[in-house]
Design a protein around this ligand. Sequence first.
Ligand SMILES: [Zn+2]
Length: 329
Amino acid sequence: MSDRPPASLSLDLDNKWAYLRAAGREDWESSDSYFPLAISNIVDVLGPLGLPLTVFLVGRDLQRDEDVESIAKFASLPNWEAANHSLNHLPWMHTMSDEEIETEIRVTHDAIFASTKQTPVGFRGPGFSCPDEVLRVLGRLGYQYDASIFPTSMAPIARAVFLARTKLKGEQREKAKKLYGGFAAMRSPNWPHRRALPCPDASASDDSGLGSIWEVPVTVLPVLRTPIHFSYLTFVAGYSVTVAKTYFRAALTACRLFGTTPSLLLHPPDFLGSEDDADMSYFPGMKMKRDAKLEFMTWALSMYSQQFTVSTMLDQVHQLSPYSTTCHA
Ligand SMILES: [Zn+2]
């Protein structure tokens, strides 16, 4: 094995309207897009580091020509993979009917092919929501992996903070109470693993690879299960860059020590400064100025690429053996 173990990097390309809607803003539908600035900053940071990227796209954004033009800029990276992040980015797929779930995934699947000429084979549910019907649809569409699990010990805290800040009311607020997967997610593995597809005919599900799909969780710190995705890091860096760097170094060391092949996650606000968008000021990590944040992100991503062989999520999955077993935590 190379002394740089395999790893992957992905971006949830959530647009501003999704954040404003989650915050309970009634004018979310008329929101402008921050894609032009965010995507050019992302490409400017990742490109010189030679980093590839899996981009989880929301179908609704593929209906706007300007956003499709911005998304096309990812083609300047060494490699990029277009993946599916649902149609409307509603973070409560567990409350939808089977037909609604099918529409959320299939319409986006077709729109991604139409706009990028890539056939997506990876899916991440908004709000880390992944009911059985999602897996059934992914199986029918021939997807190779799901990435909707966030096995953090901080899910209850994150949900409480979300509910305290959002202005969502009534039915939507009730649905939001199940965000982030709850305590069940904390017991999920923190490493890629095969997951049986829940078929109506149980005998069709097994671990042979026929009735199963890769589950690639968003990696958390081994043992403690605290987040190590970049929005959490920039949130910490907003208070102390030194603490954020120390924590990230320790997290990468722990992943190597425990043989956890990491899959780290980016969001567009990780590449925007407080001066760029006043509407986003409530988002964690939006305290930092743009230059300071981009400097921190460049440092962190450079460290990631020095310690791991970073690929797209699809390439990471291809490198994994269905029966690989290493020491994990
Ligand atoms: Zn998202």
